[in-house]
Design a protein around this ligand. Structure first.
Ligand code: ATP
Ligand code: MG
Length: 396
């Protein structure tokens, strides 16, 4: 008899080669998630992913595995020989242990015969094991509708027996969809957008734009803290920290002030795309949300899209602010996001902003600027910060 965690996964619709690469990535991500427990072993066999561990680590292992994207639910289980006489003995021991931990007055047994060659049919297994438990655990009763405990026996070439199913995050294994460049501001939205794309399997790298010394070091630390919260789900995140002060000054000097927001946004997209290409990212991710602020109109997004060729993922596009805030609270980024440090976008905020920019006008304004040189200079002088397990690993 050995204790372990049964891991359930599955995106409906995945088939053939796709399911194999999904499983491989999932198993490797689970291995990384439990790497700090020297006794934990992740096994990928009998059509099941299981994690073996030392019993005293159970809660921490469950916490780590349920935060791996792609895992749908987990069950702490006991593995035992599947011979029916052995099932009777071991299930009884297991029930006795469970009854010491919690008040159990009613039970039900359930069998899943994953191996159809097993000599007994499901109702027979239920009947034999159920009767044995009933006889030995009096005054316990059977309740088929609403039992205090449901003991499930999963019959493979061994038997896994469990009584609890703990929900996990679902989604796709992190990294299974390639890599994307997240435009990470210090606000509420972009960390949430990054989380949602990571949950669909997109590995994240991040770029943050600042206007130091007009924006402070503390504003940068805030962004680092936000990325650090995401590493709970992602593993290491690299942030490119890019100073766009010279770009903003140049826009201010040469272009109509009501266009400055959209122009700065255009530069951000172009820089993000350049970095994305350099670091093998296939798309950009932003926290944009239709109608939230003046620049987030269809026309505004169209204008910034027209500056680049890469796809831009905006997972929050149709969310309500309340929904975004609720997610931010769940991720524990909300309190950090609302800290009142200045943002590069507010440093040169004009009195009036164009909400429906015309592409030709924005392009004409861009033509007034030394776009390539400005971008090159900003990228060359960037800082890079690598965050691992909630902490800064390296700055350069
Ligand atoms: P957020 O809460 O994510 O800051 P927001 O509601 O403040 O979003 P905007 O400031 O218009 O909206 O920014 C829209 C998106 O553009 C952000 O979600 C983010 O992806 C990107 N962005 C804005 N400012 C920055 C920045 N300083 N660095 C990196 N990305 C940025
Ligand atoms: Mg913002």
């Amino acid at each position: 008899m050995k204790e372990m965690l049964l891991v359930r996964y599955g995106e409906i619709g995945l088939k053939g080669k796709n399911i194999r690469s999904f499983e491989k990535k999932l198993v490797s991500n689970i291995r990384k998630a439990v790497a700090s427990f020297p006794d934990a072993v992740v096994l990928d066999k009998h059509g099941r992913v299981v994690v073996e561990y030392e019993p005293h680590n159970q809660d921490a292992i469950i916490e780590a595995v349920t935060n791996v994207f792609g895992v749908v639910s987990v069950s702490p289980a006991v593995r035992m020989d599947r011979d029916i006489e052995n099932l009777k003995v071991e299930c009884l021991k297991l029930m006795q242990r469970l009854m010491e931990e919690q008040d159990i007055k009613t039970f039900k047994v359930e069998t899943r015969r994953a191996d159809k060659s097993y000599p007994l049919k499901t109702p027979e297994i239920n009947q034999i094991v159920g009767a044995h438990l009933y006889k030995n655990l009096q005054p316990i009763k059977v309740d088929v509708n609403n039992p205090d405990i449901m003991l499930t026996m999963e019959i493979r070439n061994v038997a896994y027996v469990f009584s609890k199913k703990i929900p996990a995050l679902g989604g796709m294994p992190y990294g299974s969809a390639g890599k994307g460049m997240l435009l990470l501001s210090g606000g509420i939205d972009s960390p949430v957008a990054g989380y949602l794309m990571a949950k669909r399997g997109l590995e994240l790298e991040a770029v943050h734009f600042h206007s130091y010394p007009f924006t402070s070091e503390r504003a940068m630390e805030k962004v680092i803290d936000l990325a650090a919260k995401l590493t709970k789900y992602t593993g290491n995140i690299k942030i490119h920290s890019v100073n766009i002060l010279e770009i903003q000054k140049s826009i201010n000097e040469h272009c109509p002030s009501e266009e400055s927001t959209i122009l700065a946004r255009s530069f951000m997209m172009k820089i993000a795309e350049k970095l994305a290409l350099k670091y093998n990212c296939k798309g950009l991710v932003t926290g944009e949300n239709l109608g939230q602020v003046a620049s987030q109109t269809i026309e505004g997004m169209n204008a910034t899209n027209s500056m680049i060729e890469m796809p831009v993922f905006r997972p929050l596009i149709a969310y309500d602010k309340v929904e975004i805030i609720n997610l931010a609270k769940k991720l524990d980024t909300f309190e950090t996001s609302i800290l009142p440090f200045e943002d590069c976008c507010t440093v040169f905020l004009p009195d009036r902003v164009v909400t429906k920019p015309r592409l030709e006008k924005i392009q004409a304004s861009m033509d007034l600027l030394q776009v390539d040189e400005l971008i090159e200079a900003a990228i060359t002088s960037r800082d890079t910060i690598i965050i691992s397990k909630g902490e800064v690993l390296k700055r350069s």
